[in-house]
Design a binder for this molecule. Structure first.
Ligand code: EPZ
Length: 432
């Protein structure tokens, strides 16, 4: 992966054994913000995003939009994009290779400029992560796509609405198709579309910009292309929702460490599968069942009960992004636990690092058995974003001091994990 953007933290130092108590606000969602920022390219006026997380991947997306000729400015958590003057259809490899979401600019550029040149995206190394479904969707919409080495060259003089059936649920390919369909003539029907809350937020954002989208949150989405021409409000204001994976990370940390925490803006209705597992662990969890801001409250039980087998899957199933963090938590459970990873084929990389801390695991292809273990502090290395968060959790429950190196991976998705955890009473500092 190419290293770009703000990079403040080299490592994290954690003194384990603290109970977590207190109240925090959860940052805006990375995986909602990135496609919405990419979508701002579609519109001729200003897009203002509130609660945009200040993380490395957002920095990277800002850089990419600037390369296209957009004016981008940010102040704390407010990000503005002025895309009226954008005219470049070609993105430099050094930025694109830095993260997976940069590929979404392919569909957005085709919708805006009718042509695009972009290289293969980077991102966390958690599996092969092909983009065949992205390409399939764009070709169905009428794009001509040639691959030359690492370079994707796409042309679409006339994107046309069509019917696209996805063979598997893909968040990114669904978002790609939605973005390109916004610029197509006529109606596009997406079948077996991903229903993750981040896809829902992209649709809501586009709807607020005047695009007609039916079936938001359903597996069948209908997008009326170019519909914003008559309804575009001139300026779009949107608030990025709280990050459900960051919220889930802090809930599991509290469940593992003990204590009582309240996530002011936690969106419990998007987190049912995770909350159900947290309850199986023995924690008391309460949250509002509506979209209204109700927050999430968790009171941990002293001893963690091993839950039933957990299988990751597309929304509303248990999220793959929580899998590493759950695995670290389960070291503290009272018996063997089993996790099956069905989304990505290489998402157990963190296990060898947890073993350095005394963790006991057995991996068998996509199945992970976690055995009860007393973790001790060690020097470990993050290899990806959520695996890095799992090591931080392990550090919090371990005896003694843990050093998590390569902490820049964690900055890809957590705005300030040190600030948040210190507020909850953890003993954690960063080295830059
Ligand atoms: C998104 O990745 C998220 N990233 C991931 O979060 C998340 O783990 C994943 O969705 C699943 O929920 C962003 O939103 C930026 P997919 P994405 O396409 O879109 C296969 C994090 O930690 N596939 O839904 O890349 C793919 O290999 C990150 O925040 C194809 O075969 O995931 C996988 O097995 C990591 N061909 C499955 O689909 C394609 O063209 C689901 O992947 C595309 C995907």
């Amino acid at each position: 992966m190419v290293e770009v953007g703000r990079c403040k933290m080299k490592s994290l130092l954690i003194d384990g054994g603290c109970v977590l108590n207190g109240q925090i606000k959860v940052q805006g969602s990375k995986n909602a913000a990135l496609p919405i920022i990419a979508a701002s390219l579609l519109f001729p006026g200003k897009t203002v995003l509130q609660e945009c997380p200040q993380i490395r991947d957002v920095e990277l997306m800002k850089n990419l939009l600037e390369c296209l000729g957009c004016e981008v400015s940010s102040r704390e958590n407010c990000l503005s994009v002025e895309a009226g003057e954008a005219k470049v259809n070609n993105l430099p490899a050094r930025w694109v290779g830095g993260m997976r979401s940069s590929i979404l600019l392919l569909g957005a550029m085709l919708a805006r400029f009718h042509s695009a040149v972009i290289c293969y995206p980077g991102g966390c190394v958690i599996g092969e992560r092909p983009i065949d479904l992205h390409i399939m969707a764009l070709e169905k919409l009428g794009a001509e796509i040639h691959i030359e080495g690492e370079c994707i060259i796409a042309k679409a003089t006339n994107l046309k609405g069509c019917k696209i059936q996805f063979p598997i649920s893909s968040v990114g390919a669904t978002e790609q198709a939605i973005l390109a369909a916004c610029g197509a003539q006529g109606i596009t029907d997406l079948y077996n579309a991903a229903t993750e809350p981040e896809v829902v937020h992209l649709c809501r954002f586009l709807h607020s910009a005047g695009i007609e989208i039916q079936g938001i949150g359903c597996k069948h989405l209908r997008i009326t292309g170019q519909s914003f021409a008559k309804n575009y409000p001139g300026e779009i204001q949107y608030t990025i929702p709280a990050d459900r994976i960051v919220a889930g990370t802090y809930l599991l940390m509290a469940a593992a460490c003990g204590g009582e925490i309240y996530l002011e803006n936690g969106q419990s209705q998007e987190m049912e599968a995770l909350l159900a597992v947290t309850r199986q662990l023995g924690s008391r969890v309460e949250g509002s069942k509506t979209d209204l801001p109700g927050g999430i409250f968790l009171k941990a039980e002293k001893n963690l009960k091993a839950p039933e087998k957990i299988v990751t899957g597309p929304y509303p199933e248990f999220p793959t992004d929580m899998q590493p963090i759950l695995a670290a938590t389960l070291s503290k459970a009272d018996g063997e636990s089993i996790i099956e990873e069905t989304v990505f084929e290489n998402r157990f990389c963190y296990v060898s690092e947890l073993e350095k801390m005394g963790g006991k695991f057995r991996t068998d292809n996509r199945r992970l058995s976690v055995y009860p273990a007393y973790l001790h502090g060690a020097c470990v290395q993050a290899a990806d974003l959520r695996g890095g968060a799992a090591l931080v959790l392990a550090g919090l429950i371990a005896e003694g001091r843990t050093k998590v190196e390569n902490a820049h991976f964690i900055e890809r998705g957590y705005e300030d994990i040190v600030r948040d955890l210190r507020k909850l009473g953890a003993k954690i500092t960063s080295e830059t």
